[in-house]
Design a protein around this ligand. Structure first.
Ligand code: 0O2
Ligand code: 0O2
Length: 222
């Protein structure tokens, strides 16, 4: 029985903070090397205690088995522009020495019945604590901006309907998932074009002082 949630969740809090910094760091490195940045933004959260309790009941996970059986107490989300970026990010994470990918779930090739698409990784991640190292599980969801838009909307509707969507809403959600899929396909088709424009833009920014000190393009200052 877990009595002290704060103590139990502390290593997860630490892992989420560290992983946010590390994953955002990848973004910075690509940008500095003036390469296409496969990561648009990163978010992370520790699952709230009430959600942990609800899920453990639903899945029949004993509270003393949470560490082993609930893999998303620490959750990170990586948003990408293109589906191709997702595969690049997955490849990158597989080769890292500071984490070990133990499960991969490809809900992009195999979308869920709801229409949900994303690439999920479960990792083992070592956290350094004052009384030694603790290896925790964390879930990393990697998705495009379009997949994220759909999942965010569907998730909020889920709160309203508790997963019991009226047939019409379910149908509309499935259709919008299809539209999001087509949007990703279209963007992939013109990816080269978009990336070239982004390279030109970031190159210009680099010369003029980078992201933090935006300046008007030369033509507009003259
Ligand atoms: P920037 O310069 O704004 O891009 P924290 O750890 O406190 O910094 P936290 O609490 O995790 O961040 O915040 P949150 O809400 O999870 O958002 C994390 C980052 O994702 C923030 O950027 C947000 O601006 C960015 N973000 C959230 N939603 C969106 C979105 O829909 N589109 C885009 N493009 N970005 C989003 P940073 O890291 O603070 O830096
Ligand atoms: P939260 O924090 O509300 O997002 P499990 O991880 O045990 O729940 P499974 O099958 O082992 O289930 O893991 P899965 O399906 O790989 O990942 C579950 C998580 O994926 C969910 O977390 C959601 O974040 C996301 N997800 C899966 N299916 C859907 C869907 O149909 N719609 C949306 N919007 N998100 C989905 P939780 O548990 O809901 O927690």
């Amino acid at each position: 029985m877990i009595r002290d949630w704060e103590e139990f969740l502390a290593p997860y809090e630490q892992a989420v903070s560290e992983l946010k910094v590390k994953l955002r760091g990848i973004r910075k490195q690509y940008r500095e090397q003036n390469k296409h940045v496969p990561i648009e933004f990163v978010t992370g959260r520790v699952k709230p205690v009430d959600s942990i309790l609800t899920k453990s009941k639903l899945r029949g996970i004993a509270l003393d088995r949470l560490e082993e059986e609930m893999s998303d107490i620490a959750g990170l989300r990586i948003m990408c522009q293109f589906v191709e970026d997702i595969h690049q990010v997955v490849e990158l994470l597989r080769t890292r020495k500071d984490m070990k990918v133990i499960i991969e779930r490809d809900y992009i090739t195999n979308k869920k019945a709801s229409g949900y698409r994303s690439y999920h990784l479960v990792i083992e991640y070592p956290v350094q604590l004052i009384d030694g190292e603790k290896i925790i599980l964390a879930e990393i969801q990697i998705r495009t901006l379009a997949m994220n838009f759909w999942a965010t909307i569907e998730h909020s509707l889920n709160y309203k309907y508790q997963g019991e969507f009226p047939a019409e809403i379910s149908e509309r959600l499935r259709r919008s998932a299809e539209a999001a899929y087509q949007l990703d396909e279209e963007m992939s088709n013109i990816r080269e074009e978009i990336q070239e424009a982004q390279r030109l833009f970031s190159h210009g920014k680099g010369k003029r002082g980078g992201h933090d000190t935006p300046k008007l393009p030369k033509e507009e200052t003259e």
